[in-house]
Design a protein around this ligand. Sequence first.
Ligand code: NAI
Length: 252
Amino acid sequence: MPRLDDKVVLVSGGASGIGAATARLVVREGGKSVVADRDEEKGRALADELGASALFLPLDVTREAAWQKAIAVTAETFGGLHGLLNAAGIGTRTDIESCTLEDYRRVNDINALGTFLGCKTVIPAMKQSGGGSIVNISSVLGLRGASYALAYCASKGAVRLLTKHVALHCAQMKYNIRCNSVHPGYIDTPMVAPRLTQNVGNMSGRQWLEELHPLGRLGEAGEVANMILFLLSDEASFSTGSEFICDGGLTA
Ligand code: NAI
């Protein structure tokens, strides 16, 4: 039995990394994937590869009108909307003294405000479809701090608690909409790639990052996508407002 039989899932940040791995898995498990991203070239290429069960839509997650359009086109094309993965995100290395207002706003606009807009805009469409599942990607850096990641930690901490509010609100309103956050450790995606070649002391960046994880390696995008698949599916029917960690033991 496919695990997402005919479920329609919109993936923000679907053109790359964890979002792209999830879009692939959704189609493999019998669902429909809407790859929504500001990177049109990579997004279209992935949707073409996935065929009739996928669609690319241009989306800048910081723009409310763009969310409204993407969600309307999704429901019109596939006849409903049952899942949302908020994966669009950026990383930066900043501390409280060096972080500019512009940097702080840029990271928080994409990571936190973009997730807020996604959750807010999708709820009416999910209600019309009889319910659904929202998955927000936070990070291990939404659970604990890091001296080098001020704006990123602040944005991912916001995603963690925004998720709990959405879960509680939807439960109280009896919308049959669940909402959970996923907290990856360092995953080998284009976001992390620049850090792999930057030495830390006498270690390569890759080696330094690998040693942060008790399992001794970086995660793969597909390993996080497997956790997201569970949360999007009805197998997770009693999970809402929770934090799902996928970090090779980093926070243990
Ligand atoms: P990635 O860089 O491979 O993919 C991110 C995607 O988001 C890209 O396709 C990019 O075009 C898109 N994007 C960025 N800004 C956007 C905007 N304004 N509107 C629409 N799309 C936009 O990164 P990765 O690693 O797949 O990250 C996915 C999520 O996972 C992010 O939220 C990231 O913060 C989070 N995460 C990643 C970790 C990692 O180690 N790779 C660890 C913990 C969390």
